[in-house]
Design a protein around this ligand. Structure first.
Ligand SMILES: C[S@@+](CC[C@H](N)C(=O)[O-])C[C@H]1O[C@@H](n2cnc3c(N)ncnc32)[C@H](O)[C@@H]1O
Length: 271
């Protein structure tokens, strides 16, 4: 979703892909770049990067809506697979920075919301070196849940990581059980920001920190092409929902890391 040029990741087949639903070509950077080129072709049709008539604009609107749906809930389909490739190639830096900025301590219980293919989970897991350190991930896309499960299978088997296939608005987690929460490119798709924020607040320990990273100008661009559903992508909307749900210290900061410029929203659970 974001145009960060991180290292491409070798593709690992998920169980369903092994069953033959989708068979990506060779693993690695070239495959990721190839898929990105394919997605760019889709985007060119979608967003009228080429001049078109009125039929072209209705096609563009249809494709923008399709792409938005896949970004919000990637499905096991060709477009869903391309979106998952795009997320892996472009969002590595944003995911890593979200995990870093929430100040994970080795023994923390950490939660990632809308983990997608699982790059942020991999970064956070490396920081949880104490035996009490535990990582939880939630995503309501069955496809992303399975993909991340495959990626994290050893850590899941030894109890370090737990992944839930569920909605952020209804997580199977105890009250006040999580120290740190992070997410990237996720809240834009929640139909009810207040419900999501209230649920995050419920599961967080008093004083726990939540961080979300985003690329604001990229979002503005996607919203102008009608890829984003409604207005919930706006940081002010999310920050208002966080304040209304009992968070304090809610703010957005501009960040720069290597060649990546992005924004981070911080919020502390007041209880
Ligand atoms: C655009 S993708 C971002 C994935 C990853 N965080 C990244 O930045 O590459 C959004 C992800 O959030 C998940 N998601 C969106 N709304 C959700 C909700 N209400 N509950 C759980 N997961 C959600 C989607 O299924 C998808 O995997």
């Amino acid at each position: 979703m974001t145009p960060h040029r991180g290292a491409a990741h070798a593709h690992r087949s998920s169980s369903s892909e092994q069953e033959g639903t989708l068979r990506p070509a060779a693993a690695g950077r070239s495959a990721a770049l190839r898929s990105f080129t394919q997605l760019q072709k889709v985007a060119k049709c979608s967003f009228g990067w080429r001049k078109r008539g009125s039929k072209g604009s209705s096609n563009a609107a249809m494709w923008a809506e399709k792409l938005g749906r896949q970004l919000g809930n990637p499905s096991r389909s060709m477009l869903g697979w391309l979106v998952s490739k795009l997320l892996r190639v472009r969002n590595k830096g944003l995911e890593e920075n979200a995990a870093l900025l929430c100040g994970i301590q080795p023994g923390d219980t950490v939660l990632e919301l809308g983990h997608g293919p699982g790059l942020g989970l991999q970064s956070a897991a490396k920081m949880l070196t104490a035996s009490t350190g535990h990582l939880i991930g939630v995503d309501y896309s069955e496809y992303m849940h399975q993909m991340a499960k495959e990626k994290m299978k050893e850590l899941i088997a030894n109890g370090k990581v737990t992944l839930h296939h569920c909605d952020v608005a209804a997580m199977p987690l105890e009250d006040s059980s999580v120290d740190k929460v992070f997410h990237c490119n996720c809240y834009y798709f929640w139909p009810d920001l207040r419900k999501g924020a209230t649920e995050i607040h419920r599961v967080m320990k008093p004083g726990g920190l939540m961080v979300t990273t985003l690329r604001y100008f990229h979002l503005v661009n996607l919203a102008s092409k009608r890829v984003m559903p409604g207005e919930n992508w706006r940081p002010e909307a999310y920050m208002a929902a966080l304040r209304d749900s009992g968070f304090t210290g809610v703010r957005m900061e501009d960040k720069q890391c290597k060649n990546l410029t992005f924004q981070a929203i911080y919020a502390t659970a007041l209880k």
